[in-house]
Design a binder for this molecule. Structure first.
Ligand code: ZN
Length: 274
């Protein structure tokens, strides 16, 4: 699943591809992707004639900002956007087509069909699920050390599970939680409310640093992630623990361990993480 850095890369790429384009027609082959409104004719009627002015991100959601509406899109496991000419071929995994007045076409392809789209009147998108359920952005001023410590002190879940919870902080998934916990020297199975003050502080710093570095490098290539212009992210080379089971720790040489925490494959160093 794409995490914050991958979605941010998609956002930046999409913005270059679709900014200023006006929707002329929409074709939907898999209506279940559209979660709001219930009626897909309403979805189409609302969007035809609208111009895309911006593409923003909230957590792992993309927000297409139009004249009167905001389209909130989550890629889930396999969702991809791409810009095409109408005569270019597509396969049966391509479910939604936004045809623009300039003759190009934004296509949404999703092999697993887990992706979602919600349409809101502009300004109302943060008041309702899914966006109203989200915790702070890791790069925002709301995400302070004190906030993180306070939230984690309130839960007896394992620290890995707590950090995957998008109501605590948005954007982290399996890869970057493992990376941030390694960099902070904290075992993923630790109970979230039992870290030391120094550990909360370090964790806060490393969550931000891990995500910032990944954004700067264009997202991870794990699970053959490719952005909408076909550019492959370069962060994979930098990962310390994720996907490196039975390989030596880059910091101490100990063979890395894989375990399961909260149902998720979890990678860590027995020596570096206490
Ligand atoms: Zn180590």
């Amino acid at each position: 699943m794409p995490e914050l850095p991958e979605v941010e890369t998609v956002r930046r790429t999409l913005l270059q591809l679709v900014k200023g384009k006006t929707i002329k027609q929409i074709t939907i082959y898999w209506p279940k992707i559209i979660k709001k409104p219930d009626d897909i004719d309403q979805f189409r009627d609302a969007l035809v004639g609208q111009t895309i002015h911006d593409v923003k991100r909230r957590g792992k959601f993309l927000k297409f900002i139009l004249d009167d509406y905001v389209l909130v899109s989550h890629l889930r496991m396999e969702g991809r956007y791409g810009l095409y000419k109408p005569d270019e071929e597509y396969d049966h995994h391509t479910h939604v087509f936004f045809s623009f007045e300039d003759g190009t076409q934004l296509r949404y392809r999703d092999v697993r069909k887990f992706g979602t789209m919600h349409l809101f009147k502009i300004g109302e998108e943060e008041n309702e699920p899914p966006l109203s359920l989200l915790g702070p952005e890791p790069f925002s001023k709301e995400f302070t050390e004190a906030y993180l410590q306070d939230r984690l002190k309130k839960t007896t879940r394992k620290i890995k599970a707590a950090l995957l919870d998008q109501t605590v902080v948005v954007g982290l998934g399996n890869i970057y939680v493992d990376e941030a916990l390694f960099r902070a020297g904290i075992r993923p199975e630790r109970i979230a409310n039992q870290l030391t003050s120094a550990e909360y502080k370090l964790l806060h710093r490393e969550i931000i640093a891990t995500l910032e570095e990944a954004v700067a490098k264009g997202g991870s290539t794990v699970r053959s992630y490719v952005n909408t212009q076909g550019e492959i992210g370069m962060f994979q080379l930098q990962l310390f623990v994720y996907g490196r089971t039975n390989e030596p720790c880059k910091q101490c040489g100990t063979i890395l361990t894989k375990t399961v925490v909260g149902g998720r494959g979890t990678h860590y160093c027995e020596n570096c993480q206490k």
